[in-house]
Write a protein that binds this ligand. Structure first.
Ligand code: HEC
Length: 154
């Protein structure tokens, strides 16, 4: 009977260990290095853009918006998610998680001009590339107008 009890306790402990290990895989720990790097990058962006960093974003433009909406699923969705929730299938495999555009707190981390500049120039050292080298400015603005429309649509 004792042996039986011991075996059961052992099995139970194994289950708990496996469960905890499983949970650890689910929850991605917050990497303080990642936060520090983003803060430093925001500082650099602010310096590079000067007063322009806090200028308002581009005005709504239906034609550019539609163009951005068309381009988004092919160019950005794989990482930032088709709905902009940050859950794209390529994005899931990245060391630097792609931000969710639907998250209003995250959207406020950079200014509007800051985010526009990120689309143009990318975030060096991360998978976020510089789209300004392959797209005309009007498409960059269109993409920005589209991602801006996703804020709060969780
Ligand atoms: C290969 C994956 C990938 C693709 C494709 C991609 N991004 Fe990103 N993007 C990222 C990652 C990763 C970050 C976060 C970088 C960091 O850690 O600072 C990012 C950051 C951003 C940011 C800064 C927002 C913030 O809160 O950090 C904007 C804006 C952005 N991307 C827009 C776009 C747009 C628009 C497209 C499509 C034209 C696009 N991205 C395509 C991976 C990608």
């Amino acid at each position: 009977m004792d042996v039986m009890k011991q075996t059961l306790t052992f099995a139970k402990n194994i289950c708990i260990v496996l469960l905890l290990a499983g949970c650890q895989e689910e929850v991605k720990p917050i990497d303080p290095g990642h936060i520090a790097r983003r803060l430093a990058f925001r500082e650099k962006l602010n310096e590079a853009l000067g007063d322009n960093y806090h200028e308002p974003g581009p005005e709504a433009n239906a034609e550019q918006f539609e163009r951005g909406k068309t381009l988004y699923p092919q160019l950005c969705g794989p990482c930032h998610g088709g709905r902009g929730d940050g859950k794209g299938h390529t994005g899931a495999a990245l060391a630097f998680p792609p931000p969710a555009f639907t998250d209003s707190v995250q959207a406020d981390f950079f200014s509007e001009q800051g985010r526009l500049q990120i689309i143009r120039k990318g975030v060096p050292g991360t998978p976020m590339m510089a789209w300004g080298t392959v797209l005309p400015e009007s498409d960059i603005v269109g993409l920005y107008l589209y991602i801006r429309s996703l804020i709060g649509k969780d």
